[in-house]
Design a protein around this ligand. Structure first.
Ligand code: DGP
Length: 138
């Protein structure tokens, strides 16, 4: 259980621009938007990172996320957007309650900018890593 500012928003103790609410999920406008319509979608379950989220809360987010994307697209008139979900301080997480950002990308300059230091995956590195991850899924 991690109590953050988002728990207080869920309980209605702090104001927000509410967009959607059901038993498991709340969506509201980000207070520091990267572009107009920047939305946060959060589970009501108070856990810090996605790997800790229950199956029920995950399913509830998955059910409504595309619908929220469509609403943000229609309301902003922007068809390109990013879904961002940060886990851990080194991965730019500032609020330690799971949240998905929906960030409209109205132009090259506005919205989310991404550093993407990609490197080609070597065959044996790929084999080793895939084996390790598959082993953890068993
Ligand atoms: P992240 O870096 O992924 O943890 O993003 C946290 C986001 O939460 C950031 O974009 C700003 C937003 N945020 C922080 N505090 C509040 C708040 O009190 N209200 C709202 N609406 N958004 C908040």
């Amino acid at each position: 259980m991690s109590e953050t500012i988002f728990s207080r928003i869920i309980r209605g103790e702090l104001p927000c621009h509410r967009l959607y609410e059901d038993e498991h999920v709340l969506a509201f406008l980000d207070i520091f938007p990267l572009s107009p319509g920047h939305t946060l979608v959060i589970p009501k379950q108070a856990v810090a990172t996605l790997d800790q989220l229950s199956d029920d809360a995950s399913a509830a987010i998955g059910r409504v996320l595309p619908r929220l994307c469509r609403a943000v697209m229609a309301a902003t008139g922007v068809s390109d957007y990013n879904i961002l979900q940060n886990n851990g301080a080194a991965a730019h997480q500032a609020v330690f309650h799971v949240h998905f950002h929906i960030i409209p990308k109205p132009s090259a300059e506005a919205g989310l900018g991404i550093g993407w230091p990609a490197q080609k995956l070597g065959d044996s590195d790929g084999q080793d890593m895939a084996e390790k991850i598959r082993g953890q899924l068993k």
